[in-house]
Design a protein around this ligand. Sequence first.
Ligand SMILES: *[C@@H]1O[C@H](CO)[C@@H](O)[C@H](O)[C@H]1NC(C)=O
Ligand SMILES: *[C@@H]1O[C@H](CO)[C@@H](O)[C@H](O)[C@H]1NC(C)=O
Ligand SMILES: *[C@@H]1O[C@H](CO)[C@@H](O)[C@H](O)[C@H]1NC(C)=O
Ligand SMILES: *[C@@H]1O[C@H](CO)[C@@H](O)[C@H](O)[C@H]1NC(C)=O
Ligand SMILES: *[C@@H]1O[C@H](CO)[C@@H](O)[C@H](O)[C@H]1NC(C)=O
Ligand SMILES: *[C@@H]1O[C@H](CO)[C@@H](O)[C@H](O)[C@H]1NC(C)=O
Ligand SMILES: *[C@@H]1O[C@H](CO)[C@@H](O)[C@H](O)[C@H]1NC(C)=O
Ligand SMILES: *[C@@H]1O[C@H](CO)[C@@H](O)[C@H](O)[C@H]1NC(C)=O
Ligand SMILES: *[C@@H]1O[C@H](CO)[C@@H](O)[C@H](O)[C@H]1NC(C)=O
Ligand SMILES: *[C@@H]1O[C@H](CO)[C@@H](O)[C@H](O)[C@H]1NC(C)=O
Length: 772
Amino acid sequence: MHIPFISPFVVSPFDSLHALSTRLLYLLLPTSFFGWAPSGSNYLLGLGVADITGPTVEENLMGYAVLSQVGTGLYMRQRVRAFIVAEPDGERVLLLNADIGMGDTGVRRALLSALAEEFGNDTYNAGNVAFVGTHQHSGVGGYLENLLPQLTALGLSNQSFSAIVQGSVLATRRAHASLTPGSLSVGTGRVEQGSRNRSPTAYLANPSAERARYQQNGGENGDQEWNMSVLRFEDATGSADGRGFLSFFAVHGTSVYEVRLSSPLSNYPQQPAEQHISKWGQQGYCCILVRMQVPHFIPYHCANDLAATIEPNSMPGNTTYVAGFVQGAVGDTSPNTLGAFCESPGKPYDGLPCVANSSTCGGAAQDCHGRGPLFTNDPFGFASSLEIGRRQADGVKQVFYGSGQAMTPVKGAVRSAHAYVDMSKHEFVLPNGTSVRTCPAAMGYSFAGGTTDGPGAFDFIQGDNKTSQNPFWEVVKRFVTPAPPKEQIACQFPKPILLNVGYAHEPYEWSPSTVDVQILRIGNLVILVIPGELTTMAGRRMREAIRAKLISGGIVGEDAHVVVAGPANTYSHYITTPEEYAVQRYEGASTLYGPHTLDAYLDRYTQLVPYLADDARGKAPPSDPAPEEQVSKAISLKTGVKFDEPPIGKHFGQAVKDVKANSTYAAGERVEVKFVGANPRNNLRLEGTFLAVERLLGDKWTMLKSDSHPSTTLQWVRDSTILGTSTVTIAWTIENGTTDGLYRIVYYGDSKAAIGGKITPFVGTSGNFTVV
Ligand SMILES: *[C@@H]1O[C@H](CO)[C@@H](O)[C@H](O)[C@H]1NC(C)=O
Ligand SMILES: *[C@@H]1O[C@H](CO)[C@@H](O)[C@H](O)[C@H]1NC(C)=O
Ligand SMILES: *[C@@H]1O[C@H](CO)[C@@H](O)[C@H](O)[C@H]1NC(C)=O
Ligand SMILES: *[C@@H]1O[C@H](CO)[C@@H](O)[C@H](O)[C@H]1NC(C)=O
Ligand SMILES: *[C@@H]1O[C@H](CO)[C@@H](O)[C@H](O)[C@H]1NC(C)=O
Ligand SMILES: *[C@@H]1O[C@H](CO)[C@@H](O)[C@H](O)[C@H]1NC(C)=O
Ligand SMILES: *[C@@H]1O[C@H](CO)[C@@H](O)[C@H](O)[C@H]1NC(C)=O
Ligand SMILES: *[C@@H]1O[C@H](CO)[C@@H](O)[C@H](O)[C@H]1NC(C)=O
Ligand SMILES: *[C@@H]1O[C@H](CO)[C@@H](O)[C@H](O)[C@H]1NC(C)=O
Ligand SMILES: *[C@@H]1O[C@H](CO)[C@@H](O)[C@H](O)[C@H]1NC(C)=O
């Protein structure tokens, strides 16, 4: 696949030169230079960030998989962060931490081929590149290659897919160009009340002796891991902040609710609806706002916090300091730390906790919603999202600067091991000697029930003979998964099979059968890269088994620090323990390959361990064949932008509802301007911005805010499809501490001509206003 690059910040001609000179430098240095002293520079480190924001409107959002959750604008851009760790003259690993729901085989394949084209076949390859999603649930969807997750997106979105691939290559190029000697430290902190178990009744099915070992680890009775691991990237000067970090902590990116348009604000009883409305602007705005894509707040906040002194004037996403928040065993975690309650106005159980083992209210899942720590502040979860982000940021700061446990230097070789495994029929022997196998993928009934973070999942159920709202379903429903044969029912037992996806290969694969298993080793830090969402206990079993194997094999010493990263590379939904599987809550129902799924991974990841040894350089583990490519078969019902026109007598970018002439605003107030707009899909403006808040400095307007600041929003409404007219509303909520001065709001748009389809950029400017 050819990926056109549009970034103005291209650095590539110098990349390889730079890398080469760095390498030469190392060859010339005496080996003692690489001694493992804490302040020594024992690795080459590269960090980079790039924009991956796909179409912000007329595209389904990925995470909750709800047909009606379609983007209508932009809240913050999505980024990918690239981290490279290389031995001075040896192996390297690249971890890409992307603000998307999950890694995907198709995206990864396209990415690897683009990386091979740019850096040669061996530098970044299937073995040493981990493509990890932050698991946010409010970003642009439509990029996954399998059919099931495409259902609500009406098929594959080329624009969305390409933005992710292109941005990931750009972030890698920047990281590669920044490779310089440095060192790494690892430390552990605790994020108090950082998550809550959303399937506690399934967790309780795990053996009590096992659970007893984790009583203190977080959550109720240890059903969560509040430990956070942090890997700090340090330059040769050893500054306290370093150049960036990777943190590993598990909490679902579901703080911002999937809230549907029909959700009445009165569902949130603790604060009158009017307060929410005044907080977010005029009536009606609130409901549209939540349908904009909302990447997780965390990266901005922490990066901003920590980098404030280093890069005070940089725009979010345009920093050299790179903060990566990676998910650990995220499966049964929730950011809704207060628990799940019935939002059932008029019902006797309104406001009461949901029925625990089924997460229902009055027998139905629909009204049962998790509540975040600040759920009374706004009905969308924005405040809670910030709060959960703050808690994680504090976790990192505690590790960096807190007293107590210090960070310890990371020492040892860089290695990676990767294999494909066909999980539809992986045969292996359990530790007790019994031979078992995994099953072709299947979804159980509880999958359709969704979770307390977002009831209901995928809308395939409506595809009976009634008129469906989903045209994609109308195309694919005749292929609806074949009835499971006896052996599949027995293999998946006790899961009652709702969707027998492992038998559905038409028009293309509904779910993956072959997944990526991968481990990255950075000295004594070992990252298990997981193609799905491990539950808390499943994550512990994986980490402990691999750690034991690393130590017994003499590969890493007692200082082995093992972390989980996922969902990465392939999305194969959930991975529970067999005991949790037997309970068949959402996570168990979504454990694709049957009750032995986790044990199969334990088996397969354990086999990768010897390939992480110092002397295993260049050796690759045995592998099943790579999965067949699906993207070229993909159906897309997405139509392109037809055309844009301004209303008669007006021009693109004209402010149709402007600030009042010479008006004055204060901190906390919201400035809102409506412009004659055009479809943002005409130009994604990657690495750029759709808007600017500008201040007059001397006689020059200077950009202070971009579309990635949490204080700004852009909302697009198509007024008439026939006339091609649309309106863009840009809003800025003035932050405390904003400097006094003369300000204006600028809109950068692109229109598509009705004849010829030429795309033309335009600029709209608001009137001046004063901030006091
Ligand atoms: C890289 O791999 C591609 C595809 O396998 C192959 O066509 C090409 O010849 C390889 N290039 C080099 C320099 O090995
Ligand atoms: C997908 O997008 C890329 C880049 O925007 C383009 O080159 C390619 O032709 C598109 N493919 C399809 C199938 O539309
Ligand atoms: C997690 O934290 C608990 C309690 O602080 C501690 O006992 C445990 O060893 C930690 N686990 C890991 C993997 O660091
Ligand atoms: C849920 O719990 C209730 C009471 O604790 C019990 O009566 C019921 O059988 C349980 N349901 C399931 C499906 O386990
Ligand atoms: C081994 O464990 C499996 C799964 O728990 C169980 O089904 C099987 O009966 C056990 N086999 C033996 C020989 O104990
Ligand atoms: C739906 O279609 C099936 C088979 O095509 C038919 O047997 C059934 O009666 C139909 N149901 C309804 C409600 O139309
Ligand atoms: C706005 O301020 C300018 C300069 O002070 C003044 O010339 C102009 O008349 C004012 N406009 C309005 C509508 O008050
Ligand atoms: C990003 O930062 C660089 C260096 O500070 C600057 O030149 C560039 O204009 C910035 N780009 C954006 C989109 O903010
Ligand atoms: C801004 O300042 C006001 C008044 O001092 C305060 O009430 C409010 O909490 C502050 N807002 C933020 C986001 O800090
Ligand atoms: C806004 O301020 C600038 C700079 O003082 C001035 O040139 C411009 O005319 C003003 N615009 C309006 C609409 O008053």
